[in-house]
Design a binder for this molecule. Structure first.
Ligand code: SF4
Length: 695
């Protein structure tokens, strides 16, 4: 029997719609659908990224049965035993050490918003803590914090389709050609329609190659460049004074700080000629409608939140808000990382960005959920090693970790410390679809259905709610994530008896004014709904762009300026460690490769475990060539990988991915955190390189 199932791609935040073509209960291909963002196109992950559902066992075998560690070994058990054991251990730890000794994660991948809603409710209402977070913490948390400060709302202000009608795109620390190929297509369309493209990136990326102006910045100097651009705009009278007067606050103070950043000063920090900075600033300020798009080249630095506020200030300075095809775009990476935030899988807010420390909001959730809730913010997941290994106060230590759809044992910085933390925890639950590095340390494995095997809603990068749909029956003794968490909750004495994802969605909507109008029916009918959508009637079709007419989401309706002193990365090059290392991605693979690593076509495209991109100059100096093995070390660890010489990077700077099980870079990266968002500085640490002679 053949069928075609319309769903949303499970990989990046572009939110492409596709059909899964099913024959006799097996997916045989994916074809593009006419989605709002993708218009009948897909990238290679969309075309070939479904194969893991057929369990080809390339990387590892699909999890098909719950497991409990007995006498040091994970053994298959029935669901009843796995659920009651998990509930019993979590209850014991809660009783012995208190609610805040347990932390849990949401999941930014294909699990859907409903599962994230249930997880944060479980952590808050049943465990009794706000210690719930997800991998937004290691990527775009600075965008959420920074934009919430500047504009009152932490998401993309414009929608993906609007990108192609901007007159200028400032693409900052972001390589859409690799991270969001379908967004990159909109950028190419914008260029074809006459838009100017400015790219700020330390590498000559594919995106930089189509730019009218490429600012090949030195890593770690973003704030100096942003403030120098503002300096030029102010000094040359290119500011939008009426907009500043009517719609912003803090301009005079901002101006004073910006005066300290003339382009000549920034040149010495950023290694970009002052005149090029002037050119970029003039072009940006003079464009009729300009949008700034950024990625992890902005957010994975120790001063990321300041840079996000700085970029928002550039847009305020030039009046680039209020209409279509302008504003700011933190383009979220994973397909549902926006949704994880929307659903409150964050330590400081309930679903719909409602503050956990606000008494009125907390009372609303207490009434709805029938429990007393914690008044204090939870711990961000990047602080787990600190709270497990280094916290001196026994009462504050983390003892148990419920990890749902994440793999901190591969994706987080300074893995030596993370591995020690996983070993030191009294209880680790891993809920996932494949065995992964973290799962190897688990006390309980709860096997879940994957994207393609369950229903739900996810949110793409531009705030668009879209449906994910079940195409095939799960192969194994599996349950949907929301059902597993509900069973653990019920076993702990807090019954959750949801029958389907719609029931969960409706409960979530009833508590979240920003999303209340986005019913399943509306999402089905319209193909997608961008929040805010506050009214259930079909008249409220959601919101294409935020801050209409320059009205921001703060109580006074104004956008806030911000500037501060630039500071260098937390760990810089030294005599012993003379190179910088930045993490990057491989285009055919997604995150820790749990899914794409188990797709035959994608694996065939790039299956070499790990590499390090180095300049031709450095290769010559170290006498290494393409494919040679090289030892890479930082203060925290060592790994061996293969040399990938390239003319696209500057001498002294190197680039690796964390995506492979061997030859990857998170044994080396530094756990230095942005002080506001707690996001690690994955884009900068110091390393040394040693040629391996006996090859
Ligand atoms: Fe999937 Fe992103 Fe590729 Fe679209 S651009 S097909 S959402 S990976």
């Amino acid at each position: 029997m053949k069928k075609k199932v319309l769903t949303t791609c499970p990989y990046c935040g572009s939110g492409c719609q596709l059909y899964l073509n099913v024959e006799d209960g097996k997916i045989v291909s994916a074809t593009p659908a006419d989605g709002r963002t993708n218009q009948e196109t897909l990238c290679l992950k969309g075309h070939y990224g479904w194969d893991y559902l057929n369990d080809p066992q390339i990387l590892t075998k699909r999890l098909t049965k719950p497991q409990i560690r007995k006498n040091g070994k994970l053994e298959d058990v029935e669901w009843d035993e796995a659920i009651s054991y998990t509930a019993q251990r979590l209850s014991e730890i809660k009783t012995k050490y208190g609610s805040d000794s347990i932390i849990g994660t949401g999941c930014a991948r294909g699990s859907g918003n409903e599962a994230n809603y249930v997880m944060q409710k479980f952590m808050r209402a049943v465990i009794g803590t706000n210690n719930v977070d997800h991998c937004a913490r290691v990527c775009h948390a600075p965008s959420v914090s920074g934009l919430a400060y500047s504009l009152g709302s932490g998401a993309m202000s414009l929608s993906i389709p609007e990108i192609e009608d901007a007159k200028l795109l400032l693409i900052f620390g972001y390589n859409p050609a690799e991270s969001h190929p379908i967004v990159a297509r909109r950028i190419i369309k914008a260029k074809q329609k006459g838009a100017k493209i400015i790219v700020v990136d330390p590498r000559i990326t594919e995106s930089a190659r189509i730019a009218d102006l490429h600012l090949q910045i030195k890593g770690g100097s973003n704030l100096a460049l942003v403030q120098a651009m503002a300096n030029v705009i102010i000094l040359e009278g290119l500011v939008d004074h009426p907009f500043i007067e009517d719609h912003t606050s803090g301009y005079e103070e901002y101006k004073k700080q910006i005066e300290k950043y003339p382009p000549e000063y920034a040149q010495s920090i950023c290694h970009i000629p002052a005149d090029t900075i002037r050119q970029a600033a003039r072009q940006y300020a003079k464009a009729d409608s300009a949008a700034i798009l950024w990625g992890m080249g902005v957010t994975q630095f120790g001063q990321a939140v300041d840079v996000v506020k700085g970029l928002a200030s550039l847009a305020l300075l030039t009046g680039n808000f209020g209409g279509p095809s302008m504003g700011v775009g933190p383009v979220r990476g994973q397909n549902n990382v926006q949704g994880g935030c929307d659903m409150g899988a964050l330590p400081n807010c309930y679903p719909g960005y409602q503050d956990v420390t606000d008494d009125i909001i907390r009372e609303k959730f207490e009434k709805a959920w029938g429990v007393r809730l914690s008044k204090k913010n939870g711990i961000p997941l990047t602080q787990v090693p600190q709270y497990v290994l280094h916290e001196k106060d026994e009462k504050k230590k983390i003892r148990a970790y419920y990890i749902f759809g994440e793999d901190p044992g591969q994706s987080d910085p300074d893995l030596n410390d993370m591995r020690k933390a996983l070993d030191a925890l009294e209880f680790v639950v891993v809920q996932d679809i494949y065995m992964n590095k973290t799962g190897l340390k688990a006390d309980v494995i709860l096997p879940a259905t994957a994207w393609g095997e369950h229903e739900g809603v996810c949110t793409c990068a531009d705030r668009g709610f879209q449906r994910i749909r079940k195409a095939v029956e799960p192969k194994g003794d599996l349950k949907p994530d929301w059902e597993i968490i509900s069973l653990v909750s019920t076993a702990m004495g807090y019954p959750m008896s949801y029958k389907n994802t719609k029931e969960i969605w409706d409960e979530m909507r009833s508590l979240s004014p920003l999303f209340f109008g986005a019913t399943y029916e509306k999402i089905e009918k319209m193909g997608g709904v961008l929040w805010p959508c506050k009214d259930e009637s079909m008249a409220d079709k959601g919101t294409m762009y935020l801050h209409k007419d320059g009205v921001f989401a703060h109580l006074d309706g104004k956008g806030k300026f911000f500037a501060t002193e630039w500071r260098a990365p937390g760990e810089i090059e030294s005599k012993e460690y003379p190179f910088s290392l930045s993490t990057v991605r491989e285009v055919g693979h997604y995150s820790v490769r749990t899914m794409t690593g188990n797709c035959r076509t994608l694996s065939n495209l790039e299956d070499e475990p790990g590499w390090i991109q180095m300049s031709l100059f450095d290769c010559e100096k170290l006498k290494v060539k393409e494919g040679d093995l090289i030892r890479v070390s930082s203060k925290r660890g060592t790994t061996i990988t293969r040399v990938k010489p390239t003319e696209r990077v500057k001498a002294g700077a190197t680039y690796m991915t964390y995506q492979w099980w061997v030859g990857a870079c998170n044994d080396l990266t530094v756990p230095y955190l942005d002080p506001v968002s707690n996001t690690p500085e994955s884009k900068y640490c110091a390393i040394k390189l040693e040629k391996i002679d006996d090859q």
